[in-house]
Design a protein. Structure first.
Length: 150
């Protein structure tokens, strides 16, 4: 079954692309909660976003292994090229680093009190994570376009 974005990608890949397109905005909303002292909402939204992101990656991996997206990507004019492989490597670098940084932050800071978090590097790590996630999304969209649209 095809997706809904008008490319060769399937429903799962298209859904993940839409979800990830909204991710930076949800992250900024979460940062807004923290800036207003609504730390529980900030924490809960971060947990939810990490969970949705993790489920999305698992769904994508299952789709890659068991679905038809590999054959759809093989139709791309970029299939097997050095440029596609380079974008994929860059994407993996950002995706893996953001997953581990995000998971570490959620785990580490979930057990600290508000005063301890304010005196930590939490905000600095959060900004770094946001940048990491944005680069993950940009490279992911580049992969999507190169693999399924061109």
């Amino acid at each position: 079954m095809g997706g809904f974005l008008g490319t060769r990608a399937d429903l799962i890949v298209d859904s993940i692309m839409v979800i990830t397109g909204f991710l930076p905005f949800f992250l900024l909303y979460s940062f807004y909660f923290a800036s207003k002292g609504r730390y529980t909402l900030h924490k809960n939204l971060q947990l939810l976003l990490l969970l949705v992101g993790t489920i999305s990656v698992i769904a994508l991996e299952v789709d890659i292994r068991l679905g038809d997206i590999k054959s759809a990507s093989m139709q791309s004019s970029f299939y097997g090229t050095t440029s596609l492989k380079a974008i994929f490597a860059i994407h993996l670098l950002f995706a893996i680093s953001s997953f581990f940084l995000w998971s570490w932050m959620v785990f580490k800071f979930s057990f600290l009190g508000t005063k301890e978090i304010k005196h930590s590097k939490h905000k600095l790590f959060g900004k770094a994570l946001f940048i990491d996630i944005v680069f993950t999304l940009i490279s992911g969209w580049a992969l999507y376009i190169m693999s399924f649209a061109l």
